[in-house]
Design a protein around this ligand. Structure first.
Ligand SMILES: [Zn+2]
Length: 277
């Protein structure tokens, strides 16, 4: 509280000083520098106020409960993960997939990778889009050279629902991220979720044409279906697009798709290859 009082005093003094200058001098008193300084002081006062308020309210808030959960789970994680767990990726990452998925809280990596650490270069945004995360996707493909770029949509996607409706009342920032979802109005369901994933694969293939054409990159579109809307099993990652191929029979015939559900004989091939630098 002392700091707030001090800051308020500083602010009052500054304002008073400005007003005094004004009275004595007909020239406009507040230069841009003055205004900037006042703004900074006001901001600082408000920030102090917010910190004090949150401290007072912290007793039984949901935020405190949640933060407690995170800290406790992290403590468990640290207890159960020794140095050997971190060793393979401590000095660098060599992920095998760049994954663009929705920010939706119901979608997480444990549905598709039991050991995602160092393995998945994750990019998340509303609607699992390339357009709103282009630099991040480029980083995964061009700098980390992941052989797989996966766009993962999901059932009951709120971003798709929003984009299919009237979102004019949303903030500019949200509107901007919905504008790039190209689906028909009035179709918020599975067909649009599918179309959006296919659009992402199309755009990524255009962007990374040379990588795809030379076989260095495979672009895959999938839908994580936690509601079993596609009737393929609850929680299944349904692969619906491989390098632009969307016909299920043709996808099933691809060499890439053969024996995928059999356990890999040599296990995961991601143990710190010495060749990487
Ligand atoms: Zn979503």
């Amino acid at each position: 509280m002392f700091r707030i009082a001090a800051l308020t005093l500083t602010l009052s003094f500054t304002l008073l000083h400005t007003a005094t200058c004004h009275a004595a001098n007909p020239m406009p008193p507040a230069t841009d520098g003055d205004k900037e300084r006042i703004r900074a002081i006001v901001k600082e006062v408000l920030r102090e106020y917010a910190a004090v308020m949150s401290n007072k309210q912290a007793g039984g808030t949901e935020a405190k409960d949640m933060l407690g959960n995170l800290v406790q789970d992290n403590a468990t994680f640290m207890r159960t993960h020794r140095a050997s767990h971190f060793k393979p990726f401590m000095d660098g990452q060599h992920p095998r997939a760049t994954v663009v998925t929705c920010a939706d809280s119901r979608v997480h990596t444990h549905a598709l990778d039991t050991t995602p650490d160092g393995d998945l270069f994750m990019i998340r945004n509303i609607g699992n889009q390339l357009a709103t995360a282009e630099g991040s996707v480029e980083y995964g493909v061009h700098h980390l050279h992941t052989p797989l770029l996966l766009f993962m949509g999901h059932s009951a996607c709120g971003a798709i629902k929003a984009a299919a409706g009237d979102y004019a009342a949303e903030s500019p920032a949200i509107r901007r991220e919905l504008d790039t979802i190209q689906i028909p109005k009035g179709e918020p369901g599975l067909s649009s979720i599918r179309l959006n994933v296919n659009n992402q694969v199309r755009d990524a293939m255009a962007k990374f044409e040379s990588e795809v054409m030379t076989g260095r990159l495979t672009v895959v579109g999938a839908i994580y279906d936690f509601r079993n809307d596609m009737r393929q099993g609850q929680g299944r990652l349904n692969i619906i697009n491989v390098n632009g191929e969307t016909d299920p029979a043709a996808i099933a015939r691809l060499e890439l798709m053969q024996d995928l559900e059999k356990p890999a004989p040599k296990g995961k091939a991601k143990a710190a290859p010495a060749a990487h630098h």
